[in-house]
Design a protein around this ligand. Structure first.
Ligand SMILES: *Cc1c(COP(=O)(O)O)cnc(C)c1O
Length: 388
């Protein structure tokens, strides 16, 4: 690597892209009457729901809160089992624990890294209530097969689409495949509101429950009240939380949505540059795409097969970090976390996810990245010292 000049700033693995219109949208809210519980929330919900083709959107303070809301709306409670993937961020299974349910991990497909529908089937019991597939790295899970399993066994599907806003499966946008679909607007995701999340759904009953849950389980809707003491009257009908998004965040979200298609197109372009630049390196596994999936490329993950490299994955990671490349690892399988180990989950129970974890590295990918940034990473990887 010594023959390549080291860049002097860190290239992060992901980063938001904000412009003057975004800043102006936030300023307008700050100058207005409502900075929370105002009209920007519904405008944002409408815009995201319309974009993905769903009837309803319910914004939350973050994606984790949105997943919690979806588990509540699905009726997950003590003793219920929910099948999900171990290769995800903690929130995908923590949301089940919040409701007193039990996450059950089904192993991944070793090619796409998404939950394997055959493994899902093997994990079903009479207590199974729902499935939470995760569209890992932006590539939709096999939603047709997962829906088929769910219909057959009367299960609810909550799609964790934190990685896949703008992605398609069989030509249809992520957002209407599942009973409820969650998007996150954390700054590394496709669009950002700082912190933020949303559930989209076509089901009015889920929609009503999500609204209640987001705001203390409270309603003022006249048709929902059990009695009416007067114009001041509100009722708490469920135990909810304060999981509301602010209008400041929602206004940023509305403005960011104008750029979503461009962001996704740029991510796909950069993934293409990586695919070409990193092709045919012995022992380097590039991201495999299912024929029905059109990824929105949240992450670009490569795997280094140890027998082909003179350095370990850890050494490779450190070398790339040393070159100011903000590589990362997505993810440590959830069932291996100390908290989950204490709950009794076993190492060895999801061998594909565990093997994947030993060899994976996430390369930088975000819409503000230049072609030169991408080439810099490619050169660094190409010069790692393959034994072949
Ligand atoms: C980001 C993320 C979440 C949670 O979203 P937050 O908005 O950070 O709470 C959930 N699942 C996955 C797979 C994520 O990447």
């Amino acid at each position: 690597m010594s023959k390549y000049a080291k860049r002097d700033t860190l290239l992060p693995y992901g980063k938001q892209l904000l412009d003057e219109a975004d800043i102006e949208a936030v300023v307008q809210v700050l100058k207005g009457d409502f900075i929370t519980q105002g009209p920007a929330i519904q405008a944002f919900e409408r815009k995201v729901a319309d974009h993905v083709g769903a009837r309803y959107g319910v914004a939350f303070s973050n994606g984790t809160a949105a997943l919690h809301g979806a588990c509540f709306a699905a009726g997950i409670t003590d003793g219920d089992e929910v099948v999900t993937t171990p290769l995800t961020f903690l929130a995908s299974s923590n949301c089940v624990l919040y409701q007193g349910g039990t996450p059950v991990f089904a192993d991944i497909d070793p090619l796409t890294y998404n939950i394997d529908p055959r493994q899902v089937e093997k994990k079903l019991t009479p207590r199974t209530k729902a499935i939470i597939p995760v569209d890992f790295s932006g590539q939709p899970a096999e939603m047709d097969r997962i829906q088929e399993i769910a219909r057959l066994h009367n299960l609810i599907v909550i799609e964790d689409a934190a990685h896949s806003l703008g992605a398609e499966y069989q030509g249809r946008k992520v957002g209407t495949w599942a009973d409820m679909t969650m998007f996150s607007f954390h700054p590394v995701k496709h669009i950002t509101t700082g912190e933020g999340g949303m559930i989209v759904t076509d089901d009015e009953a889920f929609y009503r429950k999500l609204l209640l849950f987001r705001s203390h389980g409270m309603t003022r809707e006249p048709q929902e009240l059990t009695r009416n003491d007067g114009p001041w009257y509100y009722e708490m009908q469920e135990l909810g939380y304060n999981y509301r998004m602010t209008d400041i965040q929602a206004a940023l979200g509305v403005s960011q949505m104008d750029k979503l298609d461009g962001f996704v197109a740029r991510r796909r372009e950069l993934a293409g540059i990586y695919n070409r630049g990193l092709a045919e390196i012995e022992g380097l596994i590039l991201p495999e795409q299912h024929v029905d999936a059109n990824s929105s490329w949240h992450l670009y993950v490569v795997r280094f097969l140890p027998e082909h490299f003179q350095y370990s994955r850890k050494e490779i990671f450190e070398q790339l970090r040393g070159l100011n490349i903000g590589v990362n690892v997505h993810y440590i399988p959830v069932h291996l976390q100390p908290y989950y180990q204490r709950l009794g989950y076993l190492k060895g129970s999801c061998p594909n996810a565990e093997q994947y974890y030993e060899t994976c590295i996430t390369l930088p990918l975000f819409p503000g990245m230049t072609d030169e940034d991408c080439e810099y990473v490619i050169q660094a990887v190409r010069n790692l010292g393959s034994l072949d």
